[in-house]
Design a binder for this molecule. Sequence first.
Ligand SMILES: [Zn+2]
Ligand SMILES: [Zn+2]
Length: 390
Amino acid sequence: MRIKKIILSFFFFASFSSIFATSLNVRILTTKVIQSFIFSPITGTYDVYGDGVLLLNSDTPGIFQLTIEKDSIILKTFERTIGKYASLKMKSKQLDGAFKIKSVIPEGKVRTYEDDVTIGLTADKKQFLLINNIDIEKYIAGVVESESGTRTSLEYYKLQSILCRTYLLAHINRHVLEGYQVCDDVHCQAYLSRSVDADIKKGVYDTKGLVVVDDDLNLITAAFHSNCGGQTVASQDVWATPTTYLKSVKDTFCLRQPHAKWKRTIPMEDWKAYLQLKHKYPVDDSLMLNNATSFTQTYGRAIYFTDKDLKIPLKIIRADFQLKSTYFSVEQEGESVLFNGKGYGHGVGLCQEGAMRQAKLNRSYKEILNFYYKDVHLVDLSALNYFRQE
Ligand SMILES: [Zn+2]
Ligand SMILES: [Zn+2]
């Protein structure tokens, strides 16, 4: 087992050494168009660099307002204007530095982060481009909290940490042409702030450097969703790409969890019009109409709606009506149709609520990982340092 792990690590190193690093450049507040904000340290002290030159060492009290004026950034303290710059960097003098950012224009909530921040402008010079230069494991803790909240158990956090780390490494240079590596939006992974939760931090550091690979030693697509409704979906049924590890799995652990069920009612006329106009469904045929108003998924999840010849993908209906999942039945209720749904999310990979339940039942993170992903292996990135030092 040990030998297998080392061999795996060795091949992994050969394939992925270029992406192995300990720090990361994450664009923060990506979706906000910020024109003015306040920076202040929470822990430790910060040196301030303007256009690469040390302007203020960390002995200076560290609360600053930054605004945009004619293609430049104006840096001010409460007492005075310090100057005009193309870019700035706030660099922590300590290893545990943390800071706050409060958007002033437009007014926004305080967000808290760790390590350093580089402050520039977007190409059109109309808004700030804020890049958090952060240790990867600290970033993972922030993502785990943003993606799964603070109410579950340590064993679950270990698993979520491994998945978020795997996802990160598989997408690590997604935004490299824009001057950073990942964004903080769901496009990459949600990263709303640092995490100060003791269990989340322990979950991250207990699994430090662990990632998941498939049989061919490729990082897996670490897909996860809120609740599968009782059965997960194979990747090819949602994204058209088959994988060896994203199979459909029966999951009873999530059935009594918060997002296990949903309902939605829409007028019958809207439903008929939608099927006819968008999908050329023959609603004037009474038998076909009956099928379209009495659809069930009793024996596992379907891919297509009611009639296989027409091949109407359930994922299209889900997107058009913004339904919580594709795992629904349809029945007539007077002048309306009622959607009775199960689960929340695309249904591929890990079911978060099922996994949280399994963790509560004392299943280990490895057991839960192997329940949702088939034929996968955990690889220890920290072993790579061993090879690197050889
Ligand atoms: Zn992104
Ligand atoms: Zn589930």
